[in-house]
Structure formats: structure tokens, C-alpha cells
Design a protein around this ligand. Structure first.
Ligand SMILES: Nc1ncnc2c1ncn2[C@@H]1O[C@H](COP(=O)(O)OP(=O)(O)OP(=O)(O)O)[C@@H](O)[C@H]1O
Ligand SMILES: [Mg+2]
Length: 247
């Protein structure tokens, strides 16, 4: 169980403060949604946490460990997983081969010639467990490129979980999905291990209100609201800036 603490974090792009002195405490095992209009700074915040953006001011902690100056690979090793809208799948390999690579990465035995690496029995059974959990068993031998967009995003999430993250950052996991795919994704996210601290960036308020225990609302790189879903629903400032009266 690992918390994420963000202290006075700022990220500038030229003269623009995409994140403007944000402080935020995300508790161990939380399901924490970050919402806000386009350009609010949500993706930038996730990238500052996972190390994709390193030119930041302020501090980020994973549990008690400061990770502010660590490169992305070190943060991954410490347990920060993520899925972004543009996935990192090996599109010419099969679904199960993508899972094998993730497991090999976690175990530190991956290389580009992965087909030549022996796949142990324990890796095979772990892969099958993951495929089963994520509803991908039926397509395990399919080349990833031939999967639907929704299935590719589910596979991306399965791979993130294969790395056994302590914290998982999801950037718009249901964007571009059909209603059915979205419902499936919600079900899958709800079944993620309780111990994983989840930060969810999402525009679909149905997804947010189904999953989140806490919500932070960003606007112009600043926090304009924070609290439980019911508190956020009834926050007039948030309604004015983002939710709209009918949400
Ligand atoms: N690499 C970059 N270079 C310059 N400006 C950037 C860069 N990345 C983001 N920005 C700007 O920073 C601001 C925040 O962008 P960000 O992508 O974090 O917003 P967002 O809340 O994720 O929006 P959306 O909901 O559209 O995904 C925007 O004004 C954006 O144009
Ligand atoms: Mg974004």
C-alpha cells in the first residue's frame, strides 16, 4: 500500500504554467479521479508523477520516498505504472507475447530478441491468469494489431498490472470507446487489486462517479475543488467550471 504526495508542484511550458503550485495527497489504495476541462493540466500532472516530465518544480513522493528527480525507468521499478491514450503495445506480436514481455521486463530478463528467451511455466500460468482476469483469453493468440481499440486498451492495462505496480495512473482509459467497451473497462478497473493506488484522469463523469472515492478538480493548472464524489457533485464552483448543471 503506497500513497502519493505532491508538494507545491509546478510545470511550465515556456510562459504557460500547466501545473501551478499544486499540493495533493493521494492515500494508499485510493481510487482518485482527476477531472477538469481540456488543457486543465491533468495529463501534465500524471507525466510529472511518472517521470515523463522531469523539468518540474516542487516535490513528488511515492510513500515516504522522494521521486522528484528520478528518471521514468526508476519510477517504474519503484512501482509507478501507467496507461496513456497512445498505448505502447507491440502491435505485430500476439496478445500473450505482449504479456510475456511485460513479465520479462518485471523480472529483468527482457530484451529485443524475446522470442529466444525461455518462457517459464510460472510465466505461462501467470499470463493465463492475467488474460482470464482481463477477459482476453479468447484473443490470446491474435496479433495485437487486429484487436479492437477497446481490447487494445484493456491489454495495455493488463500489461501495466503485470508489472505489479503500487500506484497506477490511467489517462482517459475509456476515451474513444463504445458504451459496451466503456462498461467493460469500468468492470475491469473496479476489479483491480485493492492495494494499488489508482489515479484516474477521465472526462466521462459516469466512469468517474462509478469508480472514484475521491475527486480533485483542476482548472488552469490549479485545484479548484476536492472531495468525495457527492461533495464534488454539489460544489457550485466545480459545476460552474466543469460539470454543467445537468450532471
Ligand atoms: N509538451 C508541451 N508543450 C507545450 N505545451 C504543452 C505541452 N503539453 C501540454 N501543454 C499545454 O499545457 C496545458 C495542459 O495540458 P494537458 O495536456 O496537461 O491538459 P489536459 O488537462 O490533459 O487536457 P485534455 O483533457 O485535453 O487531455 C495545455 O495548455 C497544453 O496545451
Ligand atoms: Mg490530457
Amino acid at each position: 500500500m503506497t500513497s502519493i504526495s505532491i508538494c507545491e508542484l509546478s510545470v511550465h511550458f515556456g510562459g504557460l504554467a500547466a501545473i501551478n503550485k499544486i499540493s495533493l495527497e493521494i492515500k494508499s489504495g485510493d481510487r482518485h479521479a482527476i477531472i477538469g476541462p481540456n488543457g486543465a493540466g491533468k495529463t501534465t500532472l500524471l507525466k510529472a508523477i511518472n517521470g515523463q516530465l522531469s523539468d518540474t518544480k516542487g516535490a513528488v513522493f511515492l510513500g515516504r520516498q522522494e521521486i522528484t528527480n528520478l528518471p521514468i525507468q526508476s519510477r517504474t521499478k519503484l512501482g509507478i505504472g501507467c496507461t496513456f491514450q497512445h498505448n505502447n503495445l507491440f502491435s505485430e506480436l500476439t496478445v500473450i507475447e505482449n504479456i510475456y514481455i511485460a513479465l520479462q521486463n518485471r523480472l529483468g530478463i527482457a530484451n529485443h530478441l524475446f522470442r529466444k528467451q525461455p518462457i517459464s511455466n510460472s510465466m505461462i500460468s501467470e499470463s493465463h491468469r492475467l488474460l482470464d482476469t482481463f477477459g482476453l483469453s479468447m484473443v490470446k493468440s491474435q496479433v495485437t494489431d487486429t484487436l479492437s481499440y477497446g481490447q487494445q486498451r484493456v491489454l495495455d492495462l493488463a500489461i501495466a498490472i503485470a508489472m505489479k505496480p503500487k500506484a497506477l495512473l490511467l489517462d482517459e482509459p475509456t476515451a474513444g470507446m463504445s458504451v459496451l467497451e466503456t462498461t467493460n473497462m469500468i468492470r475491469i478497473i473496479e476489479k483491480l487489486p485493492d492495494a494499488v493506488t489508482l489515479i484516474l484522469v477521465e472526462h466521462d463523469m459516469n466512469v468517474v462517479f462509478e469508480i472514484a472515492k475521491h475527486i480533485t478538480v483542476l482548472h488552469n493548472g490549479k485545484i479548484i475543488g476536492q472531495g468525495t464524489p457527492s461533495k464534488i457533485r454539489n460544489n457550485s464552483v466545480v459545476q460552474e467550471h466543469y460539470l454543467g448543471k445537468n450532471t
